[in-house]
Design a protein around this ligand. Structure first.
Ligand code: ATP
Ligand code: MG
Length: 574
């Protein structure tokens, strides 16, 4: 590509609303332009990156014998009513009407459509297994679109769906996809980790997420450096404490703790370790279905621990956090001084680490006061239920018993899931087995956030000068920067010759033939993250040399004109 025939539009400064580096750099490099919140135009240079990501995914999916198709973005509501998701999917589902007032959705995912295709097309076990995939635009009306294309409202996903005559065969395909995703993210040049989204072994009824490791990631991950355990913090189990509850040694006392509403402040004020404090979180259990009665309850956690909402919901059912006025009504006290002493019939859920505490500190349900030397059974009633309510923390024992957990952050770029018969049953997607019996199909689904990957790759690869793309997805592998292309015939001829030779070798090369100042061209090529740069100048040519610099090299080096193409081919393995 010649830049005079391409379209580059870089910016000196990123717009101030771009919070994270990948978003800033994508805007500065002119890869994307914002149209509306979470909705972006992919500009030519950005689109080249997306296409490279897609090509790798497509190659690996084809290699795994999945079959590509393309489904509509606009889907009739009837299918969503049939699966039950018309009511269950919240406001993230964009609904609209056609001119006949018929309801439609803009697809956030395609389980319904693919299941409809398969139930109409597939009748016999002989046609199974089948795995269809597509690379297609999705729309999710995210509550907080942010970080540019990382959490967009419109984005591109590779979504695949497999259909099987048995659970065992679904598990086989799931392993194939686990390996395929591992190959894809490796080829994309990303540092990533596969984490269990529930059971931890890929044999079980399971789900795994693939995360690109980055501090800006929205997900917390827990992993064990001594074993292969890795899980989303949302699901990582906190093992029960080994020790049992020591007997009470102190008497309960009410102490003034003015203005100390957080456990950290109370512990510091009283000169006690944070692990001696207990925080009480007021929740409202909302119950299932219409007319369900709402009920306030307390969840107790050790002062240094945090509530895990996913685990909590699994234990207590649907819930929300209580509003201040609801807390005052139920406990006679505003949040910050809550505790479980003398609270009548308010249900108390305790984390396993709290249940083994004695002589602890908690709120006195009286603003400005806490209680010390509190003990279950004696001062506070025994918890209604004891369970794992907390997020794991650094140093917790790994649930596989083979070391201690460490925490890091990740960006979810892929998700594989054994759906089993959830959709097939609802949509009556059946086949005739060998004995002529009608049976419901087993299903798996497999997603990759294609456009999110572009942002995630930049989160991992950048410096103060701009993007550092892995070669596999860089918009161009090589750029040729001639010094005076329009002025010097020698330079022009040498640059054109190298350009043609690299093109002929199948290398994706950008020839910067614009009449720009060298400094501007260098800065732009570095901002775009092009991995290899060759400068063609009269002085070097006079000595038969060109200047080469890798995007990560500290210094440029001079190489003979005659060997530079071979040098690049070797670097790029072509
Ligand atoms: P998240 O928890 O990040 O919202 P999800 O669990 O809703 O993701 P899936 O339904 O599993 O995501 O979708 C498959 C993949 O699509 C995700 O792994 C992610 O890479 C990508 N993805 C999901 N939502 C978005 C979004 N709003 N913008 C860009 N990519 C997305
Ligand atoms: Mg989501």
């Amino acid at each position: 590509m010649r830049s005079s025939r391409f379209f580059l539009s870089t910016l000196k400064e990123a717009p101030s609303d771009a919070e994270i580096v990948s978003h800033q750099l994508m805007l500065r490099a002119g890869m994307i332009k914002r149209l509306a919140g979470g909705i972006y135009t992919w500009m030519p240079v950005g689109l080249r990156v997306v296409r490279k990501v897609e090509a790798i995914i497509r190659q690996e999916m084809d290699r795994a014998k999945a079959i590509e198709l393309s489904m509509p973005a606009v889907q009739p509501a009837e299918l969503w009513q049939e699966s039950g998701r018309w009511d269950k999917y919240g406001p993230e589902l964009l609904r609209c009407k056609d001119r006949h007032q018929r309801d439609f959705v803009i697809g956030p995912t395609h389980e319904e459509v693919i299941t409809d295709v398969v139930r109409k097309e597939v009748k016999s076990y002989r046609q199974l297994p089948l795995h269809f995939y597509q690379i297609q635009v999705k729309f999710r009306d995210e509550i907080r679109p942010r970080f540019g294309v990382m959490r967009g409202r419109e984005f591109v996903m590779k979504d695949g769906y497999s259909f099987h005559s048995s659970f065992a065969d679904l598990q086989r395909e799931y392993r194939v996809m686990f390996d395929t995703y591992t190959r894809i993210f490796t080829r994309l040049g990303l540092q990533f980790r596969a984490v269990a989204a529930d059971t931890g072994s890929i044999g079980g009824t399971g789900s795994h997420e693939f995360h690109v490791l980055a501090d800006s990631g929205e997900d917390g991950l827990a992993y064990c450096p001594d074993s292969d355990y890795a899980a989303n913090v949302e699901l990582a189990t906190a093992l029960p404490p080994a020790a049992s509850r020591p007997p009470a040694a102190e008497t309960m006392q009410k102490v003034a703790t003015p203005g100390r509403t957080r456990c950290e402040d109370v512990a510091e004020f009283l000169g006690l370790p944070l692990t001696r404090t207990v925080k009480a979180i007021a929740i409202i259990m909302t119950g299932e279905g219409e007319g369900a009665a709402e009920r306030l309850a307390l969840v107790l956690l050790r002062g240094d621990h945090n509530l895990n909402e996913i685990k909590t919901q699994k234990i207590v059912g649907e819930f929300r956090f209580a509003r201040d006025d609801e807390i005052v009504t139920a406990l006679g006290c505003s949040p910050g001084y809550l505790g479980s002493v003398a609270i009548g019939d308010v249900p108390v859920f305790a984390d396993r680490d709290v249940a083994v505490m004695s002589d602890f500190v908690c709120g006195a349900n009286d603003a400005g006061y806490h209680l010390t030397g509190v003990n279950f059974g004696r001062d506070a009633k025994e918890p209604t239920q004891v369970a794992d309510f907390r997020n794991v923390v650094n140093g917790d024992l790994s649930p596989d018993g083979r070391g201690r957990l460490e925490l890091c952050r990740g960006i979810e770029v892929g998700h594989i899931f054994q759906l089993r018969t959830k959709y097939a049953e609802a949509l009556k997607c059946c086949f005739l087995d060998e004995g002529g019996q009608s049976r419901v199909m087993e299903m798996g689904c497999y997603g990759i956030g294609v456009t999110r990957i572009v942002g995630a790759a930049i989160e991992q690869g950048h410096d103060e000068r701009g993007i550092i793309f892995p070669v596999a997805i860089a918009p161009f592998a090589v750029c040729i920067v001639p010094m005076g292309y329009t002025k010097s015939q020698t330079v022009r001829e040498a640059a054109d010759a190298l350009y043609s030779e690299l093109l002929a070798a199948g290398i994706d090369v950008l020839l910067d033939d614009r009449p720009e100042r060298p400094g501007v061209m260098f800065a732009e090529m570095e901002l775009l993250g092009i991995p290899h740069r060759v400068v063609v100048g009269e002085r070097g040519l006079a000595r038969g040399e060109l200047e080469y610099k890798g995007r990560l090299d500290a210094e440029a080096q001079m190489l003979p004109v005659t060997t530079i193409a071979q040098f690049l081919k070797e670097r790029l393995c072509v």
